[in-house]
Design a protein around this ligand. Structure first.
Ligand code: SF4
Length: 349
């Protein structure tokens, strides 16, 4: 059996950020019980893994002992990429060293910005100083570090984004995820007219295009809509999603793709911990077809080979500067990446 990716959702956050719709609770006191449930499910589903990703939530709220227990329970091939998301407010030198001893070899820090005003607007728990201190601690311990930045925040100045990129490249991180702010239904942000009035599509597009260019100049070529890396440091786990490869997702609100089946787990930590095996629901029982593969692969800068009918339909997007084609290889331009969801639905659905 070939190796899969393993995603483990850690659904704990000390406070909810105003834009966030991920499943998380301020409930880290149950982490021992939660760890036991994760291990039961790893054993139940089995498989062998060449990437592991602790996402959240805030995985750095888990004790290093629990992270070690989880990793020890899984069949992980040697040389696997083992990533963990961490938030600056829960990073300490000792804890990071202990995660490394447990097997973690890649850390993704939720920096978002170094600007105190932006961080407090987002209700993040850290400030710019805390972000720098956490980065410095993590960079001193790990040689594969990623940082998240947010683009297109309400009233955001392009110069703030540019400063953020310069600070990150100054720290020598190997990977940067730069996400455009999305206003998700049901979040506090979606009800904050005072902030929504500060989001402008044209400014957002300028910020995105400027960031892509600056990141490339600083040695972080774009490899996916929101992801940039020094060559060789692209996230192997996330590449599995875009290459339509198998992964097992464990935890409430996690998703999996195994065989031809895509399935999910309800966002309910109590039922996850109480069940001997997590209950799943099928979202697609004939997944991984050609259309889906193209849909995912086109998010990548490398693009993908497309059949003649898709190439023909793409003609109007190529003429408008949103895509390029080289032989049968279709790709988005930077301008096209920004509106890729809309284009992909009309091109492939
Ligand atoms: S720390 Fe991350 S997962 Fe937690 S609420 Fe904020 S954005 Fe969401």
């Amino acid at each position: 059996m070939s190796s899969r990716g393993l995603y483990i959702h850690i659904p704990f956050c000390r406070r909810k950020c105003i834009y966030c719709d991920f499943y998380s609770l301020a409930d880290e006191g149950v982490q021992d019980e939660y760890t036991a449930a994760v291990i039961r499910n790893i054993r139940h589903f089995g498989g062998c893994f060449d990437t592991v990703y602790f996402g959240g939530g805030t995985p750095s709220l888990m004790s290093p002992e629990n992270i070690a227990r989880i990793l020890d329970s899984a069949d992980i091939v040697s040389g696997a990429e083992i990533s963990m998301e961490a938030n600056p407010d829960s990073v300490t030198h000792e804890k990071m060293c202990a995660y490394k001893s447990a097997g973690v070899n890649r850390v993704s820090l939720g920096i978002q910005s170094f600007d105190d005003g932006e961080l407090s607007m987002l209700s993040r728990l850290h400030d710019g100083r805390g972000a720098r201190a956490a980065l410095s601690a993590v960079r001193g311990i790990f040689d594969n570090v990623s940082a998240d930045l947010m683009l297109g925040l309400p009233f955001q100045k392009p110069s703030t984004v540019s400063d953020n990129i310069d600070i990150l490249s100054g720290f020598g991180v190997q990977h940067i995820s730069a996400y455009m702010l999305k206003v998700e239904e049901g979040t506090e942000l979606s009800r904050r007219e005072d902030l929504l009035s500060g989001i402008d599509d044209d400014v957002q597009a300028d910020i995105y295009e400027g960031a892509v260019e600056q990141l490339s100049q600083r040695g972080y070529p774009q490899y996916e809509i929101s992801n940039f890396a020094r060559p060789g440091f692209e996230c192997r786990h996330n590449l599995k999603y875009w290459h339509c490869e198998e992964y097992l997702g464990i935890g409430p609100a996690a998703h999996s793709f195994i065989g031809k089946r895509r399935f999910g787990v309800r966002g309910d930590i109590r039922s996850f911990m109480a069940s001997p095996v997590m209950e799943t629901f099928t979202t697609d029982d004939n997944a991984g077809g050609e259309t889906e593969r193209m849909m995912l692969a086109l998010r990548l800068n490398e693009g993908c080979d497309v059949p003649p009918d898709v190439a023909q339909r793409a003609g109007r997007y190529i003429d408008a500067g949103f895509m390029t084609i080289d032989g049968t290889r279709l790709r988005f331009t930077v301008k096209g990446m920004l509106v890729s969801n809309e284009i992909l639905s009309s091109l492939l659905m």
